[in-house]
Design a protein around this ligand. Sequence first.
Ligand SMILES: Nc1ncnc2c1ncn2[C@@H]1O[C@H](COP(=O)(O)OP(=O)(O)O)[C@@H](O)[C@H]1O
Ligand SMILES: [Mg+2]
Length: 320
Amino acid sequence: MPLTGVKNVVLVLSGKGGVGKSSVTLQLALALSLQGKSVGILDIDLTGPSMPRLVGLEDAKITQAPGGWMPVPVHSAETATESTSQTQRGSLRCMSLGFLLRDRGDAVIWRGPKKTAMIRQFLSDVFWGSTDYLLIDTPPGTSDEHIALAEQLLTLSTIDAAVAAQSGVPRLAGAVLVTTPQAVATSDVRKEANFCVKTNIPVLGVIENMSGYSCPCCGEVSNLFSSGGGQVMAQELSLPFMGSVPIDVKFGELVEGKMEPGDSDDEEEGETPQTESQEAPAEPDDRPLVERYRETWSYPRFEGFAQTLVNSIEGPAAAS
Ligand SMILES: Nc1ncnc2c1ncn2[C@@H]1O[C@H](COP(=O)(O)OP(=O)(O)O)[C@@H](O)[C@H]1O
Ligand SMILES: [Mg+2]
């Protein structure tokens, strides 16, 4: 059975690329994991399967098991112990078309029916096992491909919570729409909302990304002239507004590596974040991504978004 063991499926949608859909997917996943949920990310964005890069696992090889392709572990579950004040952490695993493509340039050769077939196969052929939340990073837009994807998802899952609870079929809980203040002006959110109406997929909320600028030192948000449009738009369309996310340099460095003056391109994996002590030689930070993510200004926001999602999907009692 495809998607066996998956409880809830959440789609992350955006009208166009570059608005931070993959970043939002990743941060929702990390925040849900920090709420103790076991999480999977399925990256089916053929226009730019960026998840392997964002989670720092570009070289990971995926393996095939009797149940299907095995997702790549990003971090394992951790049970709360008496010695730590930390709450329980759920596992995070990731499957991306990027793992299957030899280099990023390969994406362009996949077109039309071949592309759709590959996405279909990807939806059904990954062995997720027990997973509370499967977040799907979708290709940007509202094209035929999306309709095909939604139709297939609706055959593998149900939007009816009661049916899901009784039958064990995964619940397609809904979609999170990502926009930027700029994208709002081009009414991308409207198209996304229409897409959800057309396909019967509930809208869980709208997130306005790159909304203002978060000071790397204190987290204070400035440059608010370019923010707020997403909220107005959500109100106009009667969609729940989850909140806005400023540009967060620390988060950018976490996933893209730290840029120094004179850096030409990528490959900054070994770079260390700033430490408290200025004299200490820079030690590589070997902690898992999820632990380093806790220290960004974005985390408290996504913690709130994750709670909102769990509340609206599982009910208020389930959110920690
Ligand atoms: N809130 C943010 N703060 C800082 N950088 C961000 C933020 N959102 C996205 N980015 C960066 O912007 C770039 C594009 O984001 P990405 O998530 O890949 O967009 P999309 O998936 O919509 O194409 C990435 O380099 C990402 O690290
Ligand atoms: Mg992306």
